[in-house]
Design a protein around this ligand. Structure first.
Ligand SMILES: C[S@@+](CC[C@H](N)C(=O)[O-])C[C@H]1O[C@@H](n2cnc3c(N)ncnc32)[C@H](O)[C@@H]1O
Length: 199
């Protein structure tokens, strides 16, 4: 495991139990509700979540009656998910432990901005590999008006991209059919969310 990954795991191991108790913010709540409704409306029966965290989204997705699998680099996160009865695995976004075309849809929120260098390209290629063509992918990350990278006081690595950069990366996965942003930080950053039809 890289130093960047080890520091992320160290951070999230310490605070995952507290994160499990945090309510979803309004924007996440809206997107998650819409995602679950979309799964039902389109008859999409299986979902992979990358960066499942404490299982807050996964519990809701699985509760919709779809087959759900989550992965996270942090063992404490996977333990919490399993405690909720979810199928969860310790694995990296860059090396998903699933066969090609295993899922109808993918969901990854607040995770891919933690990947350094070109790892986000690998992670998106992995999502494209395990979600079948014509399937759905929803992605949310912390973005900004200028691209940049930093490590916070807790040792977590972040890489922010502009909306154009993120759209370009997602274009390698399929057709970006929706893209939205909203204020997330007081320092000029914003949240980026996209819905992609996998090609
Ligand atoms: C900010 S938390 C978000 C968790 C959850 N998606 C949510 O929104 O509540 C980021 C998560 O990404 C996970 N993570 C970081 N790098 C990862 C990687 N390379 N592969 C898989 N998970 C990773 C962390 O362990 C952590 O659980």
């Amino acid at each position: 495991m890289s130093d960047v990954a080890a520091r992320l795991v160290d951070y999230y191991e310490r605070e995952m139990a507290e994160r499990a108790t945090r309510p979803l913010d309004d924007e996440r709540e809206q997107r998650l509700t819409a995602f679950v409704e979309h799964l039902r409306a389109e008859g999409l029966g299986s979902v992979v979540e990358v960066g499942c965290g404490a299982g807050r989204d996964g519990f809701r997705i699985a509760g919709a009656g779809v087959a759900y699998s989550g992965v996270d680099l942090t063992p404490a996160a996977v333990d919490l998910c399993r405690g909720l009865g979810l199928d969860a695995h310790v694995a990296s976004a860059t090396d998903l432990p699933f066969a090609d075309d295993s899922f109808d849809a993918g969901w990854t929120m607040s995770t891919l901005m933690h990947l350094p260098g070109d790892e986000v390209v690998t992670a998106l290629a992995e999502l494209r590999r395990v979600v079948r063509p014509g399937g759905l992918l929803e992605v949310g990350v912390w973005g900004a008006d200028t691209s940049g990278e930093w490590t916070d006081d807790g040792g977590r690595y972040f890489r922010s991209r502009t909306d154009e950069e993120l759209r370009g990366l997602l274009g390698g996965v399929g057709e970006v059919v929706a893209f939205d942003t909203w204020t997330h930080f007081t320092d000029g950053g914003h949240y980026q969310w996209a819905r992609v039809v996998v090609s």
